[in-house]
Design a protein around this ligand. Structure first.
Ligand SMILES: [Zn+2]
Length: 148
C-alpha cells in the first residue's frame, strides 16, 4: 500500500485508490492548494504527490505526473508507475473520507438503505459513518480497474 496526496485536479480517482487500500489524501479535503502547502504535507506525512502540475512534480521528492483529466487514464498512469490497483478483498479505507473501515457485526441492525449485515458483508467508516458493501458501485469500480 502507498501513501498518496492528490493535487486539486486529481480528486476524481480518490475513491478508487482508497478502495484499493491506499491511504489517499485529497488536497482540498485538507483545505490546501498552494504548491508550498502540498509539498510540506507530502513531506510531513511521507506521501507521494499525484499532480497534473509539472512544476510541482519537479520540485517534489516523490511525485507522479498525470497528463490526462480522464479518471481511467489517470489510473492507468498510476498503474504504469507501479501503484497496485486491485480492490481489497477486505476493504480497509473509506472511499469518501479515507477513514478506517470496520466490519458491521452480522447481528447488528443496519440503516434501511444498507443491506442486511447478516446476509452480506457490510463495512462502516469509523470516521464519517458511511457504509460500504460489494454492490453495484463496487462492481463498476472493479470493471474500471480490470479494463486498465
Ligand atoms: Zn469515511
Amino acid at each position: 500500500m502507498v501513501r498518496l496526496l492528490l493535487d486539486v485536479m486529481c480528486g476524481g480517482i480518490r475513491a478508487h485508490l482508497r478502495m484499493c487500500g491506499h491511504d489517499t489524501v485529497y488536497a482540498l479535503d485538507r483545505g490546501i492548494e498552494t504548491d508550498e502547502e502540498i509539498l510540506a504535507l507530502a513531506h510531513d506525512e511521507g506521501r507521494t504527490i499525484v499532480s497534473r502540475d509539472r512544476d510541482l512534480v519537479v520540485r517534489a521528492d516523490d511525485a507522479i505526473l498525470l497528463e490526462s483529466t480522464d479518471a481511467t487514464e489517470q489510473l492507468a498512469t498510476l498503474a504504469s508507475e507501479g501503484i497496485e490497483l486491485q480492490l481489497s478483498e477486505e476493504p480497509t479505507r473509506c472511499g469518501r473520507c479515507n477513514g478506517r473501515l470496520g466490519r458491521i457485526d452480522p447481528s447488528d441492525t443496519t440503516p434501511s438503505h444498507v443491506p442486511d449485515a447478516a446476509k452480506m458483508a457490510v463495512w462502516q467508516c469509523r470516521d464519517c459513518g458511511q457504509c460500504f458493501w460489494k454492490g453495484s458501485h463496487w462492481e463498476r469500480v472493479a470493471a474500471t480497474l480490470e479494463a486498465i
